[in-house]
Design a protein around this ligand. Structure first.
Ligand code: GAR
Length: 267
């Protein structure tokens, strides 16, 4: 009897990916169970989908956190274990030469919100945290506490583009507007950058001349609903191994990157 892995999920919107994952858990296609569903957005329909199934839910209202921090930055209480220098040195979300005050504000507000998430997640032990349409970037403050072992990452994301093309908030829109003839979606582990972590799985689909953005989005989502449960199942089977690969390029330059190897055998 295989032990089911426990999934935590973070969501921001409609939750069709969450639905596909919950359905796969229920049908037995995915050897996993949901421990909790959390959101940055109190109005996320995904929360209703989870509550309907009796899954514990919580909200950390990012907009409220950011608003109150901006209104009174001096009075804001930062998490006691937050070290801005350490987080700033690691983060790859904003450019290194970003305005230092803007960057500090970003990292501080996110640390407050992320400490809220960590606190809300505490009662629910989990093996893997899945981002299912979670529209907030996670900073090193959160990642180091939730997924401290870089050789065994345990935060997964799905992105609506064939990464590394079109990271950001509108993958299908960016793909469509660029005039791509192929679109796709990517599941990857989360690292300190924006949609830049080691790739686990990808699906591609054709974009035809008379397609609209709505058609592209629908076609892409249908691929996501299959791809995400498949990637989570590989994690459950212990078949995802993250390794650092080094390649020497012509001219002697060295390219180094963490990549995911999919093992043939269950781990
Ligand atoms: C999905 O297309 C997902 O790939 C995307 O948001 C949508 C959520 O749909 N995620 C991102 O863009 C993350 N940067 P859903 O709420 O119906 O699952």
């Amino acid at each position: 009897m295989v032990r089911k892995i426990r999934l935590g999920a973070l969501v921001s919107g409609g939750g069709t990916n969450l639905q596909a994952i919950m359905d796969a858990c229920e049908s037995g296609g995915l050897e996993a169970g949901m421990a909790f569903v959390g959101s940055d957005n109190p109005d996320a329909f995904a929360l209703k989908r989870a509550a309907e199934r009796g899954i514990p839910t919580f909200v950390v209202d990012y907009r409220a956190v950011i608003r109150s921090f901006r209104a009174n930055p001096q009075g804001a209480e930062l998490p006691p274990d937050f070290r801005i220098e350490a987080v700033r040195a690691k983060q790859g979300l904003l450019p290194r030469d970003a305005n230092p005050e803007e960057l500090a504000l970003f990292l501080k507000t996110r640390a407050v919100a992320e400490a809220g998430l960590i606190e809300a997640m505490r009662p629910y032990p989990f093996d893997l945290l899945i981002l299912a349409g979670f529209m907030r970037n996670l900073t090193p403050y959160f990642i180091d506490r939730v997924s401290p072992d870089r050789t065994r990452p345990r935060i997964m994301n799905i992105h609506p583009a064939l990464l590394p093309a079109f990271p950001g908030t509108d993958g299908y829109g960016d793909t469509f507007r660029y005039g791509c003839k192929i679109g796709g979606c990517t599941v990857h582990f989360v690292d300190y950058g924006e949609d830049s972590g080691p790739i686990i799985g990808q699906r591609a689909f054709a974009i035809h001349a008379d397609d609209t953005i709505e058609v592209v989005r629908k076609r892409g989502l249908e691929q996501e609903w299959q791809l995400y449960p498949e990637c989570i199942q590989l994690f459950a089977e212990g078949r995802l191994k993250t390794v650092r690969m080094t390649h020497e390029l012509p001219g002697g330059k060295v390219f180094e990157r963490a990549v995911v190897k999919i093992l043939r055998e269950k781990g």
